[in-house]
Structure formats: structure tokens, C-alpha cells
Design a protein around this ligand. Structure first.
Ligand code: NOJ
Length: 728
């Protein structure tokens, strides 16, 4: 449903744009299609290019002053005075850094994620940013890929809900109110399926999978009114995304009616030569315009060659006008024609108390409690002596994670800062153990072990430095880097109970970690308020509620391991556990499994413990039998059966039992967070409509087929409470 009160691009002509277009020369139009990367190349030359109308946009223009100075050149020194649009990667916060997107996804809380995006937008807008290159809504099932940190994980429904929430947060109701920025759904499309988890790698995605898994989050962003879409670096089914007419023209612009602008990723048009699909930049320009690309990031292929292509009759002016119309439309909706400059705020909202409160709340909601042996957490009152170990426990920079250029390490509250101030009655000693997460130096192990041995409890914070995830930061091994595992083993040998906190940009292999952890909290990279939020959970001031947005593998060899797999003709035996790891001692049946490892992940999608526990009952499906096209209502009673207040994420999974195409054994179709007092219960309802039950058929058309559907409702993707309905 479209909310009419929201600033929205539509197909209707914008008078100002229609009045400008006929007055523009072809060169000025191509200028609009060019985005210059500030700081790359000669600055004087960049200024001249602006004055000549050869640039329509900048990315990374630095400060507000630089932005306004460039804007002045465009508005006051060019023939038509068309304002520039300034873009930047505001991915998970600006000055106030929120958890990495993968952490945000663990909150399963679109409303909270929307508030964080709105706060980030306000901080960025007051610093002169018009346009963020976010949200990233690539679905990925490969934790080796460094950019998994920027995703919302493995599931299309969760990613779609959170991506749309981010769009709403970034863009707000009124894009031009000075508090919001245009959003950009990226990377269109299929980037998350990069082969072997290497960045920029080839993707081959059959159309049914593309349409059922990889495209829905982009569609959700388009429906939420996203102003722009970024084409991906990867080649999809042999055609690089920036010249992929199927993606840009057919799906995005024709089928979905997207009226915003499509920007390439950085230098992606030049990279067509490396892909080996074009021989010369001029051919790249031709392919890009024909495919429906509107703006080129960082390079000037279009600007340099489209003029000649128009002269040769290979490109029509109408197709260039169509691109420019989209670009000017976004500038118009941002209010840049009315107010091209940004004034410094009288009172800045950067790192303001309300923004820090959102960061703390979201960080808290993002942490997943994976193990809590004997209820070690929350920490019992009266602890006198604590040892805190691990480089990440006192590292304000690394807790911010990847893509946090504007964040300030000094503004971070680290775990040590928070513990020291929140447990004043306890003696809290800190020893890093190793200098950073990648260090192989074990020389401090013995002295560290002595500190832990003399404490009642050890809190060990391990994981990945921020630079181990993000763009081009892929890993073939997913163990704790450096000597951290050995450190953990040494500390485990002291006999002091250990609470392990992992800060990382991806799922790591946790089986060896679990062996030494009585309790395990997965905190991702939690952002500015990370230490405070984790301390809230450790002390019991808050109750963990995060759920895994991606499966945690047991071994790299299992990847991709994800809950929505297909059954195959020989499904693995469900009860096959305890397979000896790495040693094929126990031959399995002729089924779809491993000789040397269990097939299940270590922790499934949707999993996360609490300090209380929840029970499910009275699952009802109405009607149990209905004609195709009907809506099915599902309700369940969720009760807090523990002794304290807590939040549960109720999850609904569906399986289409028999269909003309094989269907996943479970698909998430709904989720709802409910906060319940001890002993309280609540009825939670879901509705399933035709679009929830549809899949892409053999004819590549969406279809819902008659037959039985099984549903499960519960705490994670292994939920047991089940019912079924039939469509006739
Ligand atoms: C390349 C990245 O792939 C993309 O996500 C980012 O927005 C651009 N660079 C701009 O920094």
C-alpha cells in the first residue's frame, strides 16, 4: 500500500524538469549522468568540470563547506544552475554508529531499525549528505563473503522487511525537510550469491531463485518509495549487472514501474573491459544506456562516449532524456532546486542523547544469546572479582564495524568502560591477552591466565577486527583469527567460568568456542553504544532477545548452509547427530549428508535464547481448507513461562508440501516481537495471502498451486508446533 503523504517518485511529469530538459544540451545531460568521486584526481579539474556542467553528482564530498562550495559552482556558475546531488555511504549510522546491518537484522525489529535509519539520515543530512548508498538488501548464504556484514542475512522476507524499514527511515515522510536523505537499494542484483564467497565474483542464479529469493527485498524497497537503486559489480548469468537489461529495464523499470534513478557501482562501467563483455569504453557506454543505467559512479564512460553514439544514431536522445528525467526528479524531490545549500545546524543532532538511546536499544536487541549453561547469565549480584580479557573489550574503533567512516572511536562506550562504571562494587581487571584479533603472539597467555584464575568469572571478548569484514574482506577460514582460540583454551583450563562475547562481522565457527564458554553472546559489531548495551544484558538490566538472521555453520565445508533448503529425493536422516568431525568413521546411508560432519548448522536461523523461556500452544489455522486466492489466518498463544519479563520473536514458517517445482522445506513468512511479563501470555496472529504462498513456476510466472501447506510457529527455524491447511 502506498502512503500518499510520503514524498514519492511517480511516472507523472514534473513541470520544472520538463521545462529544463529541452533547454539542456546533450553535454549537459551527460554531465547529469556523471557522478564524480571527490578526492580522486585533480581537484582544479573537478571544479572546472562542475562549472562546465559536466558533473551532476559527487560522492564523498567531505565537509559541509566543501559541499556548499561545489554546489555554488553548479548553481551560480553553470548555464542552467542545476544543483548537484551529494552521495555518501551512510550504511549503519553516521556519527552515532548503530550495529552493522547483520546485527540490526538480529533484532527482527523493523520499527527500531527504521528509527535508527532516521537518526542516521538526520545526522548525515545536517552534514550535507543528500543521498545514502543504503540499504544493502543482498540476500546471502555465504559467511565467507566479507559483505555479509552489510546484509540482513540469509532470508528474503526478513531482508525485505528491514530494507523497506531502512528506506522509510532514511527518506522519512518529507524527503526535503532537511532531516532525511534519499536512499539507494543496492546491489541490484544477485551480488550476495558471489561464487565461493569471494567479493565481486560471478553469480549464476536461475530465474526462479532470483525472483523468489534475491529480488523480493529490492521490490520491497521500491514499494517503500526508494529514490534510487545501485547496479551491482557482479555478472549475473553472464551479464554484468550494470549492463543487464533484464534486471534494469525489464524487471526494475517495466515490471516494477520504478521511477527513481539507477546508479552504477564504483567504476563498474570501466570494469566491463575486465569482465570481457566489451572491448572499448564506447561499447560499454552503449550497453549501459541500452540496459537502463542512469548515472555512472566514479568514472566517465557515459560522458566521454554517448555523444558520439548519439551522432552515430546508436543511442537516441529520448533514452538520454529518460535517464536525466529520473536524476532531476530525485533532485527535485530532495528540494535541491529550492534550497541547494545546506546550513550548519544551530544545534547538531550528531551523537545526541536520543540517537545514542536508539543505538543502545538496537545494539541490545541485536545481541544473540547462544549459550547460557546453568543460567550463568545474568551475572549474579555480589560478584567481587571479574577478569575481562580480549582486545575487543576495550576497543572503541573496532566495535564500530565496517563502513563507519564518520563514526568516532572516542565516542564509543566499550565493554570495559561500561563494566567499570556499572559494577562499582566489583574489582574489574582488564588484560587484553593479545594485542589485536589477528595477533599470533602468545607471550601474554600465562600472565592473562593468572588474572583469570584469581577471578570469580572471566568475561572474554573475542572476534574480528572491523577490517576483516566489509567490501573485499572475504575469508576462507571462519575460525577466530590469530591466537584467540588458543587464548580461550588457555583461559578455559583455569577452571574459572567464562562468559564469551563475540564481536564479528560474520558468523564464525563457534563449536570450539562453545567448548570453553559457559555462556556465549554474539554481539556482531555493535556500534557506538555496544559496551553499554552488552553490559545491560550481562547485568540483567535487559533481557537478550536477538535471533540469528543467518545460520551458524559447524564448518566451512557446509557452506552454504541455510534453513530454506530443498528436501532432495534423499533427504538427510533427521536424527543423525554426533557424526565424528573430519574423520569418516561412520559411513552414512545414500542420502544427502556428509561422512564426516552433521548436516545441520551449529545454530539455526532464527535461534536465540533469553533469560526467560517461552511456550507455544493453541495453534489455529482458519479456514483449514479454502479456495486458492483466500487468506489464511493463523493464531497461536505465546506464554512467558519463566520468571522474568522478556521479548520473544514469534516466527511463522510455511512449506508447500507438493508443487510443480521443488519448494524449500521451510520459508519464513511472518515474525512478530512480543514483550511479556513472567507468566503473561498473548495471542499472536498472522495472515497468509496469495503473495505469501506464491512461487515462480516452470513458466517463470508467479503461481499459487492447490494442495496442502504445512506451517510451524515457534522460536526459531526448527520450531516444532505445526498445523496444516489446504488450498483447493
Ligand atoms: C563500492 C561498494 O560496492 C558500494 O556498496 C558503495 O556504495 C560504493 N563503493 C560507494 O562507496
Amino acid at each position: 500500500m502506498h502512503d500518499a503523504s510520503i514524498t514519492r517518485l511517480g511516472p507523472e511529469p514534473i513541470a520544472l524538469v520538463e521545462e529544463l530538459l529541452p533547454r539542456m544540451t546533450l553535454r549537459e545531460k551527460l554531465g547529469q549522468m556523471t557522478q564524480h568521486a571527490y578526492g580522486v584526481g585533480d581537484l582544479e579539474q573537478a571544479h572546472r568540470s562542475v562549472e562546465q556542467g559536466d558533473v551532476g553528482s559527487f560522492l564523498n564530498a567531505g565537509t559541509l563547506e566543501i559541499r556548499n562550495q561545489l554546489q555554488r559552482l553548479a548553481v551560480e556558475h553553470t548555464r542552467l544552475g542545476i544543483p548537484l546531488i551529494f552521495g555518501r555511504d551512510v550504511v549503519h549510522g553516521f556519527k552515532t554508529v548503530f550495529p552493522i546491518p547483520l546485527g540490526q537484522a538480529a533484532s527482527f525489529d523493523p520499527a527500531l531499525v527504521e528509527r535508527a535509519a532516521a537518526a542516521a539520515a538526520h545526522e548525515a543530512a545536517e552534514a550535507g549528505v543528500d543521498w545514502t548508498f543504503a540499504p544493502m538488501v543482498d540476500v546471502t548464504r555465504d559467511p565467507r563473503w566479507g559483505r555479509v556484514a552489510e546484509t540482513c542475512g540469509e532470508d528474503p522476507v526478513l531482508t525485505a522487511a528491514l530494507g523497506a524499514a531502512m528506506v522509510r527511515g532514511f527518506q522519512g515522510q518529507h524527503l526535503a525537510d532537511g532531516k532525511h536523505v534519499a536512499a539507494c537499494a543496492k546491489h541490484f542484483a544477485g551480488y550476495g550469491a558471489s561464487e565461493s564467497g569471494k567479493d565481486y565474483n560471478t553469480t549464476w542464479i536461475p530465474e526462479p531463485l532470483l525472483r523468489d529469493v534475491h529480488l523480493p527485498p529490492f521490490k520491497a524497497c521500491v514499494d517503500a518509495g526508494v529514490m534510487s537503486v545501485m547496479s551491482a559489480f557482479n555478472d549475473l548469468n553472464g551479464v554484468p549487472a550494470s549492463v543487464n537489461a533484464f534486471l534494469l529495464q525489464r524487471v526494475l523499470k517495466q515490471e516494477w514501474g520504478f521511477s527513481g534513478l539507477v546508479v552504477s557501482d564504483w567504476a563498474a562501467l570501466m570494469e566491463l573491459l575486465e569482465h570481457g563483455v566489451t572491448e572499448h569504453p564506447k561499447q560499454s557506454a552503449l550497453e549501459a544506456v541500452r540496459a537502463g543505467l542512469d548515472m555512472e559512479m566514479a568514472t566517465t564512460t557515459l560522458r566521454d562516449h554517448v555523444g558520439a553514439l548519439v551522432d552515430e544514431g546508436l543511442v537516441s536522445v529520448a533514452s538520454i532524456d529518460a535517464a536525466v528525467r529520473r536524476i532531476l526528479g530525485v533532485k527535485y524531490h530532495l528540494g535541491l532546486f529550492d534550497e541547494p545549500y545546506r546550513k550548519p545546524p544551530t544545534v547538531s543532532v550528531a551523537l545526541s542523547a536520543p540517537h545514542r538511546a536508539v543505538a543502545r536499544e538496537l545494539a541490545r536487541a541485536s545481541v544473540v544469546l547462544l549459550k547460557n549453561h546453568d543460567g550463568l547469565l545474568p551475572l549474579r549480584r555480589g560478584l567481587r572479582k571479574l577478569a575481562v580479557v580480549g582486545p575487543l573489550a576495550a576497543d572503541g574503533a573496532n566495535q564500530l564495524g565496517c563502513w563507519a567512516f564518520d563514526g568516532e572511536a572516542e565516542a564509543s562506550i566499550t565493554l570495559m568502560d561500561a563494566l567499570a562504571s556499572r559494577l562499582p562494587e566489583a574489582e574489574v581487571s582488564y588484560v587484553p591477552g593479545v594485542s589485536d584479533t589477528r595477533s599470533l603472539d602468545t607471550s601474554a597467555f600465562e600472565s592473562t591466565a593468572r588474572v583469570v584464575a584469581s577471578a570469580e568469572l572471566g568475561i572474554v571478548c573475542v572476534g574480528e577486527d572491523a577490517l576483516l569484514s566489509g567490501e573485499a574482506k572475504c575469508r576462507a577460514f571462519l575460525d577466530l583469527p590469530g591466537a584467540q582460540q588458543a587464548l580461550l583454551e588457555r583461559l578455559g583450563a583455569t577452571g574459572t567460568p567464562l562468559v564469551v562475547i563475540v564481536m564479528a562481522g560474520r558468523p564464525l565457527l563457534l563449536e570450539p568456542v562453545c567448548q570453553h564458554a559457559q555462556a556465549l553472546l554474539y554481539a556482531w559489531h555493535p556500534g557506538t553504544l555496544g559496551g553499554e548495551a552488552i553490559t545491560d544484558l550481562l547485568t540483567g538490566a535487559a533481557c537478550p532477545s536477538g535471533k540469528l538472521p543467518i545460520s551458524m555453520p559447524r564448518a566451512v565445508g557446509q557452506i552454504p548452509v541455510y534453513y530454506a533448503r530443498r528436501n532432495t529425493g534423499r533427504p538427510p536422516k533427521a536424527d543423525r547427530t554426533g557424526v565424528p568431525k573430519g574423520t569418516p568413521l561412520d559411513p552414512v546411508d545414500f542420502d544427502s549428508s556428509y561422512l564426516d560432519l552433521e548436516v545441520s548448522p551449529l545454530f539455526p536461523f532464527g535461534f536465540g535464547l533469553s533469560y526467560t523461556n517461552f511456550g507455544y500452544a493453541e495453534l489455529r489455522v482458519t479456514p483449514p481448507r479454502a479456495p486458492i486466492g483466500s487468506r489464511i489466518s493463523i493464531s497461536v498463544v505465546v506464554g512467558n513461562r519463566g520468571a522474568r519479563r522478556g521479548t520473544e520473536t514469534v516466527q511463522l514458517y510455511v512449506r508447500d508440501l507438493v508443487a510443480s517445482m521443488t519448494r524449500p522445506i521451510r520459508e519464513l513468512k511472518g515474525f512478530r516481537r512480543v514483550e511479556l511479563d513472567a507468566g503473561e501470555q498473548q495471542t499472536v496472529s498472522f495472515e497468509l495471502g496469495p503473495s505469501d504462498l506464491a512461487f515462480t513456476g516452470r513458466d517463470l510466472e508467479p503461481r499459487v498451486e492447490p494442495g496442502r501447506f504445512q506451517i510451524w510457529v515457534g522460536s526459531d527455524s526448527n520450531a516444532a508446533l505445526s498445523a496444516s491447511f489446504e488450498l483447493v
